[in-house]
Design a protein around this ligand. Sequence first.
Ligand code: PGA
Length: 252
Amino acid sequence: MSQQRRALIAGNWKMNQGTSAGRELAKAIVAGASKAPNADLVVSPPFTILAAVASDLAGSPVELSAQNMHEKSGGAFTGEVSAEMLKDCGCKWVILGHSERRQYFAETDASVASKTSSALAAELRPIVCIGETLEEREAGKTLEVVGRQLAAFEAIIAKQPGVAAIAYEPVWAIGTGKVATTEQAQEVHAAIRSQLAKVSQQLADVTRVLYGGSVKPDNAEALLGCADIDGALVGGASLKAEDFLAIAAAAR
Ligand code: PGA
C-alpha cells in the first residue's frame, strides 16, 4: 500500500446469493464496516438483487458494484444490462473483464476496452480484471499477457485518472486456494504500475491495483503490505461477512 492510495476491498459474489441471504450478508457488512477504517468497501451481488442490496447499503460507506454490463446504453440486446441501468439501481462500480467472463463468455481485450469506455461515460467506476493462466505463467509469458490486456484499456482509463481500478487476478489462483506469493504478486503489480507510468505518472500514482485470487483473512495482511497492492478483489471469502471484514481490516 502506498500512502497516497486508499485501500479498496471489493467482494465479488459471483452467481451466489438469493434475496434473503444476499441482504443478510450486505447488512452484516454494513454493520461491521467500522472495523475496516482504512479501506473503501464494495460489494458485487448478482443482478437480481442489486436494487434490494442498494437499499440495505443506503447511508452506509459500503458501495455497490455489478459484475458485468453490456457496452451499449440500450436497445435490442435480450438478456443484457447497460451501465445506465446499473447506475439507476444504485451501482457506483462494475467489475469488467473478469477471467470467468473471458473464459466462458468469450470476452476479449477489445470488448473489455469498449465496456470500460461505456462505464466511464455513464459515470460508473470500472474494476477491470487482468491476469494470466497457469499455462501462460509456466511459459514465462505472465508480464507479456498482463501487459497486453492492460494496453487494451490504459488510454481509456487515463482520461479520468483514479476513477477506474485494476484487478490483477492470476487465473490459476482464482477459487483454487493457490494464492500467488507476495513476491509473485508484487512483481506483476509493479510491472502494471510502470506500464501505467508510461501513459502518465499521475495515472500510475492514483490508480488502485487490486490483487485477486484466493485472498483470505490469513493472507490478506501480507498481500496488502506489498508496495504496489492497493486492495483486493475477493471471491469465496466475500460470502462470509466476518471473513470479508477481516480482509478489509488488514488494510493499513
Ligand atoms: P476467489 O475469487 O477469491 O474465490 O479466488 C476471486 C475472484 O474471482 O475475483
